[in-house]
Design a protein around this ligand. Structure first.
Ligand code: PLP
Length: 453
């Protein structure tokens, strides 16, 4: 490296704001909200342009599983790049994608699955929607053109997945484009699944599929229901001949303590969407798994109408597949799921003891290593979620809120010490924001900034 001074994080942020548009971010406020400007990473830490280190306690928005720069994943990527980076999956194949599908198939809670690869979770959901829709058409069944989804649902940002998702975060702006769905209550209601089952019974003849985030509604602020709530959903769908789509984009790949949340829920979906953790957070890869029953309905004459006319340019990228394959091996080799369960319990105990009783905390929700701390601000517009997160970042722990829910999603390989550190920092940051003396000061300094979340 040259001796010339490197640009500071502040300079990078200025350059960034001049040309980059960040998702889910009000750009007018972006530079003032102390964004972390990553340059590199080591294990569980991100290093910014000033050389500051941050513990990545959101796993880079829930995608990084084993940490950054995992030697084996780096090597798998290097090895694959020496073979080929990408070849099309449309009408042709790639050996590493075959190997990945073979490795995944026996692990999926789907009967005799075939995998359709894509690049983003939203598209994995979108593919499941289209497959479910065409499935009935291919069988010659009419009228099954509607989906049932849940209150608080989030399935991605494409128009189809956004139609399934609930309102909020500006989604209702797109109402003229969104198709209607049957909506069951959200997981904040204990009887959400029961209500969903009643709706399935009542409307089965017009339902193509039920779409559910098994166990945890992540973007809803980590709303959860006990695993025992879910088996009846699978039974009801099967009895009424309605397809079940499980969106495992957030909960899949170990996040909740089992490889897939459907396992704990006693669900065997007809279609399952995966994304986020599939490559350990390395590369954009996603997949839709279809059961044999669904898949077989698409078999027919070449170029015929039973064909699924859907596919993306980068679907089944070879680099992503190579990393995903090695990632599966590491999850098994290092018994990562045991760590998720142990560290999850450690979190549970510490949060119950030190965070739940704090004034200003309404509820702590946790499943595996998905954690939501719901704050109870005394008035609207105080931006407690944002402020507590900023307080954590200032203490070297990268956190991002969902409204007034502070979300903690650490790496699946997080350590005992890191769990303690995260809770320490959370307690301090919450205390700082909720103590009234500081409150006045923050109200004055924070009042000017526009706010996206
Ligand atoms: C993140 C997420 C998606 C969308 O995945 P992208 O890769 O961001 O498109 C879909 N469903 C759930 C449950 C998610 O958490």
């Amino acid at each position: 490296m040259s001796d010339a001074p490197q640009p500071s994080a502040a300079e990078w942020i200025e350059r960034d704001a001049a040309v980059v548009w960040h998702g889910f971010t009000q750009m007018a406020a972006y530079p003032d909200n102390s964004p972390v400007m990553a340059v590199s990473a080591e294990g569980h830490h991100i290093v910014d342009a000033d050389g500051e280190r941050y513990l990545d306690a959101i796993s880079s928005l829930w995608v990084t599983t084993l940490g950054h720069r995992v030697p084996e994943l780096d090597q798998a990527l290097r090895d694959q790049i020496d073979r080929v980076a990408h070849t099309t999956m449309l009408g042709n194949g790639n050996t590493v994608v075959v190997e990945l599908a073979e490795a995944l198939a026996p692990l999926l809670p789907v009967d005799d699955p075939h995998l359709l690869f894509a690049s983003d979770g939203a598209v994995a959901v979108e593919q499941a929607l289209k497959i479910a829709f065409q499935y009935w058409h291919n069988l010659g069944v009419e009228g099954r053109t509607t989906y049932l989804s849940f209150g608080g649902a989030y399935h991605g940002d494409t128009i189809g997945s956004m139609s399934l998702g609930d309102d909020g975060f500006g989604v209702d702006l797109y109402d003229p484009l969104r198709f209607g769905v049957l909506r069951a209550p959200g997981f904040d209601r204990e009887d959400a699944v029961e209500q969903a089952c009643a709706l399935v019974e009542e409307h089965a003849s017009r339902l193509a599929a039920v779409v559910v985030e098994p166990l945890v509604q992540g973007a809803a602020g980590m709303q959860l229901l006990p695993p025992s709530s879910f088996p009846q959903l699978g039974d009801t769908c099967r009895r009424n001949d309605v397809l079940l789509i499980c969106d495992e984009v957030a909960v899949g790949f170990g996040r909740t303590g089992t490889l897939f949340a459907s396992e704990q829920c006693g669900l065997r979906p007809d279609l399952m969407a995966m994304g986020k953790g599939i490559t350990g957070g390395y590369l954009p890869l996603a997949a839709t798994a279809a059961s044999k029953q669904v898949y077989d309905a698409f078999l027919g004459e070449d170029l015929g109408p039973r064909t699924l006319y859907h596919g993306h340019s980068y679907g089944g990228n070879a680099l992503g597949a190579a990393v995903a394959l090695e990632h599966l091996r590491l999850i098994e080799r290092d018994d990562v799921l045991a760590n998720v369960r142990e560290r999850g319990e450690q979190f549970g105990a510490l949060l119950a003891e030190r965070v739940a009783p704090l004034p200003g905390v309404a509820e702590v929700r946790r499943q595996g290593l998905m954690i939501g701390v719901e704050l109870a601000p005394p008035a609207a517009g105080l931006r407690w979620g944002r402020r507590v997160s900023a307080g954590c970042v200032a203490r070297g722990v990268l956190i991002r809120p969902l409204g007034d829910v502070v979300v903690v999603v650490p790496h699946l390989t997080t350590t005992e010490d890191e769990v303690e550190l995260i809770v320490d920092v959370l307690v301090e940051a919450i205390g700082e924001v909720t103590s009234s003396a500081v409150q006045v000061q923050l109200d004055l300094s924070g009042a000017a900034a526009a706010d996206g979340d």
